[in-house]
Each structure stands twice: as C-alpha cells, then as structure tokens.
Design a binder for this molecule. Structure first.
Ligand code: NAD
Length: 264
C-alpha cells in the first residue's frame, strides 16, 4: 500500500461511528487530521483520543446541510491547515420513515447531508488536488445505494446518488488524465453504529450487522491499495435474497460482491 504519513485527511461526521474509527486509523498511519461534525462536543472527544496518538488534529463545527457553512469551513482549513490530501465524505443521516411519512423538509435534509454535502466538499477541495495531481476522495455510500430497501426510500435515493456521483467523478478524472487523484466508493451493509439504533427490532430479518471496526478496516485497506469500489456485505444477505425477501436484482449484485472486491 501507499505511504500517507504527513498527509492531511479531512473526515466529515467524525464525531461518532465509522467516521470516528476512520480518524483513529488515519492517525495510526501518521496523517494529520481535520475533523468536521455538527456535534462539537463529541467531535472534540474524538480529537482528544487521537491527540494521544501524537498527531495534529483540528476540529471544526460544520453543518453539512448548509453550503455556506461548508465553504466557510473549507476556507478556514485552507488558511489554518493548508491543502487537504484525502477527503472522506462520511457524514450521513437516515430518517427511517416510510416514504409517505417523510416531510419535504426531512427529504431535503437527507439529500443535503447525504448528497449535496459531497458535491460541495469536493467542489471546495478537488481543484487544488487536480492542480497538484495528488489527492484522494473517499465517498461513503451504502448497500442501500445499490438496491432499494423497504422503508428507506429517501435514504436509498440519496445513496444511489452518491454512487452515481462517485462513478462519474472517477470517469472525469480518468478522462482528464489525472492519475494522481482517485476516488474510492464504499458500500457497507448495515453497520452497528448509532445511526441504525433500534433497527434490530425494525428489520430483524436483515441481521447480523457489520461491526464499525470491520468497516473502518475495510475502508483503510481499500484506500491504501487504491481500490475504487469496496462492498462490505454480510453473507446472510445472500440467503435472504435467495429466499425472496429482497429483490432478485440484488442476487446479481451479491454475486458481484463475491468476486474480487468481496469481504464477507
Ligand atoms: P453515525 O450516526 O454514527 O455518524 C454520523 C455522523 O455524522 C455523526 O457524528 C453526526 O453528528 C454527523 N452528522 C450528521 N448530520 C450532520 C450535519 N448536518 N453536519 C455535520 N455532521 C453531521 O453514523 P455511521 O453509521 O457512522 O455513518 C457513517 C456513514 O456510513 C454515513 O454516510 C452512513 O450513511 C454510512 N452507512 C452507514 C451504515 C450503517 O448501517 N450504520 C450502513 C451503510 C452506510
């Protein structure tokens, strides 16, 4: 894998779950960290833990549903830290409501945090990466960005958008010959973080979940060897698809999961 010590990594949604673990793993690799989250206190806790590892960490309170907030924070990062080498678009939210119960406001918020924030952060940091022909963007989507899930219409729509965005962005970089700038699209299956609290009761048939540690390790491994897509499914998913609990389309996808990129 590549050597990323001394590089600056910006992680969104670093205050908890997968983002927090990713921050620790990048710190282990000797990276400098920039942590963005709306939850100031919890973000500080992540930073404190990482400072113990002896690396430089800066935290910013950013509301990722707000474009102005993102661009203002990006400017601050440029002056206070310098260029960003690795951008991890990790923050995400889920309403967990059936489509007809989702208010317009809720759907917009999901789209802003899960999709628009990715556009905006990439807009803010990609130009410098392209100028230097050096950089990496990691976009966290979901297995819900590949197949529909009963009861998660707004979330699935947002994650499908992330998948399309990431793939198209990579095409664009390739066509421009920017070989030093790459993307990694991550599609984890259900992960045992705060995000899906209570979903064990709601979706007992799609358990077991992945551990956030497994996901963070998978992402780092994929990033280090420049893997462009990483699926993190659970084998059980396959059998549920066979049993007809999930759309047949996903059988094809699961077969792909079992190929070169698979991690069970
Ligand atoms: P999490 O809820 O533990 O962490 C999400 C973080 O994002 C939190 O720290 C939260 O404060 C922050 N955040 C939320 N809204 C924000 C906003 N407006 N501005 C700034 N920060 C905001 O969730 P997680 O499970 O660690 O999720 C991380 C990513 O992984 C998300 O994109 C999620 O969709 C994706 N994912 C999660 C699962 C899962 O089952 N948990 C599965 C597949 C993909």
């Amino acid at each position: 894998g590549k050597d990323v010590s001394g590089e600056t990594v910006l992680i969104t949604g670093a205050a908890s779950g997968i983002g927090r673990l990713l921050a620790k793993r990048f710190a282990n690799l000797g990276c400098r960290l920039v942590l963005w989250d709306i939850n100031k206190e919890a973000n500080e806790t992540t930073a404190k833990e990482i400072r113990k590892q002896g690396v430089t960490v800066r935290t910013y309170r950013v509301d990722l549903s707000n474009q102005k907030d993102i661009f203002a924070a990006a400017d601050k990062v440029r002056t206070e830290v310098g260029q960003v080498d690795i951008l991890v678009n990790n923050a995400g939210i889920v309403s967990g409501k059936k489509f007809l119960e989702c208010s317009d406001e809720m759907v917009r918020k999901t789209m802003d945090v899960n999709v628009m924030a990715h556009f905006w952060t990439v807009k803010a940091f990609l130009p410098t990466m392209m100028k230097r022909d050096h950089g990496h963007v990691i976009n966290i989507a979901s297995s819900a960005g590949l197949i529909g899930v009963n009861g998660l219409a707004d979330y699935c729509a947002s994650k499908f958008a992330v998948v399309g965005f990431n793939e198209s962005l990579q095409f664009e970089l390739d066509s421009l010959g920017k070989t030093g700038v790459n993307t990694t699209l991550v599609c984890p299956y259900l992960v045992n973080t705060g995000m899906f609290d209570g979903c064990q009761a709601k979706f007992p048939w799609i358990l077991p979940m992945l551990l956030p540690e497994e996901v963070a390790d998978g992402i780092i491994e994929a990033f280090l060897c420049n893997q462009r897509v990483v699926y993190l499914p659970k084998l059980l998913y396959f059998f549920l698809a066979l049993k007809g609990f999930l759309p047949t389309k996903c059988l094809f996808l699961i077969c792909n999961f079992m190929g070169a990129n698979s991690m069970m």
